[in-house]
Design a protein around this ligand. Structure first.
Ligand code: C5J
Length: 387
């Protein structure tokens, strides 16, 4: 629940605003001396939240420089980190800070409910119109309700009700890992022919591709199938550039001039979207409804909408398989970890052309109490998903 803009400044400065309305331009008074210290200035008395709504020590307080509560603040990060998808808005003024916040939240994918009698504006017409605008076009910005109805609903619905059975991966390193299948995605990193085929990119760089297909691919198949059965979200990534390579930084081409070139006619242009080599191994081919992410970088989150797609599905936990361990798998896990996902990789469902790099990449991931995430074996994760 948000309480927006209940600072003492807003409640006490209306009169002074009218007496100074000949000042040049909106906001001309900000920072000047008012009855409660400098107007809209952090640390002044007018900046305090009114006594009736004093925050508890455990509640978040967002100092916001704009009208909206998201621009230039950590609010989105705080909400997403806590898995929050629905927000109830109260505060002042309905038409300015509350509405701007609701519009920002709506664009970010939150479901928003505005409290009709828990908001207010200096102009009744503006307040009423702001409420009406929310309802336009089938709820263009969300919904509205009366405080009494919302309180009755909140009283009847505990927030901490379990929504999903948890399964434990007991042998995970560095310590047991919890999976809730409905909040989990299986992330299949770059199982594309460019890396796995003897005629692909990896092979053109002189690597032995058989090593990727020998054990890791069959184990990835087992995890994928267990994830499908458990109704996890399924994500397939491909390292793939646009045909004009406009999403490929010159630095990447400078260090790998094969990108965009043809080494084997049957495979087409290397690492280019929709070329034959840029298709997924048939054994782990995507099914309808599964997410396919074409990523121009090594990480699955760079320049893609993967974070948005996962968060809108309520995903909190990621199970990784894929190639190569130390490049795209590890980069994606690091990116996911920074975004607040709990990540685990199955050692025997990922592979590298370089056994030593695989070994140390996996050790790096789970070192320091799981600094990037967890590791386990395929059988552990399949067991947890099937329980
Ligand atoms: C590489 C990848 N190794 N998928 N890509 O360039 O790891």
């Amino acid at each position: 629940m948000f309480a927006i803009g209940f600072s003492s400044n807003k409640l006490t400065n209306t009169a002074s605003y009218h007496s100074r309305r000949n000042n040049t331009g909106a906001g001309a008074e900000i920072g000047t001396e008012g009855p409660l210290g400098r107007i809209l200035t952090r640390g002044e008395r007018g900046w305090d939240i009114i006594d009736e709504l004093k925050p508890l020590p455990t509640e978040d307080v967002i100092d916001k420089p704009g009208k909206g509560s998201f621009m230039g603040t950590d609010l989105d990060l705080i909400l997403r980190t806590n898995g929050i998808k629905r927000i109830i808005l109260g505060g002042i003024t309905t038409d300015v800070c509350v509405h701007t916040t609701m519009r920002e939240a709506n664009d970010l994918g939150y479901e928003c409910l505005l409290l009709e009698d828990g908001t207010g504006a200096t102009d009744v017409g503006n307040h009423e119109s702001a409420i009406k605008m929310v309802h336009m076009q089938n709820g263009v910005f969300g919904a509205t309700a009366k405080c009494e109805d919302v309180c009755a609903f909140l009283d009847a619905n505990r927030f901490d009700a379990p929504d999903n059975e948890a399964a434990i991966v007991p042998n995970a390193k560095p310590f047991p890992f919890t999976i809730r299948a409905k909040k989990t995605a299986i992330v299949m990193i770059d199982w594309q022919l460019d890396f796995t085929s003897p005629n692909g990119f990896g092979a053109a760089l002189g690597n032995d591709c058989e090593i990727l297909r020998k054990e890791a691919l069959p184990n990835a198949v087992r995890i994928l199938e267990a994830g499908r059965k458990a109704k996890c979200a399924i994500v397939h990534t491909l390292e793939a550039h646009k045909p004009d390579l406009s999403d490929c930084p010159p630095s990447k081409i400078r260090r790998c001039d094969k990108i965009g070139q043809i080494v084997d006619e049957k495979m087409g242009r290397i690492l280019v979207k929709n070329e034959p080599g840029n298709s997924i191994e048939p054994l782990v081919a995507p099914k309808p409804g599964e997410l396919i992410v074409h990523k121009p970088g090594k990480g699955a989150f760079y320049n893609t909408n993967l974070e948005f797609q996962l968060k809108r599905r309520g995903v909190e936990t990621l199970i990784f398989t894929g190639v190569t361990t130390e490049v795209c798998v590890q980069t994606s896990m690091r990116e996911a970890n920074d975004r607040g996902f709990e990540c685990i990789v199955a050692d025997d469902a990922t592979e590298s052309y370089f056994p030593e790099f695989k070994k140390y990449a996996l050790e790096m991931i789970s070192s320091q109490n799981g600094i990037v995430g967890w590791r386990c074996l395929t059988e552990d994760v399949v067991g947890a998903l099937s329980s």
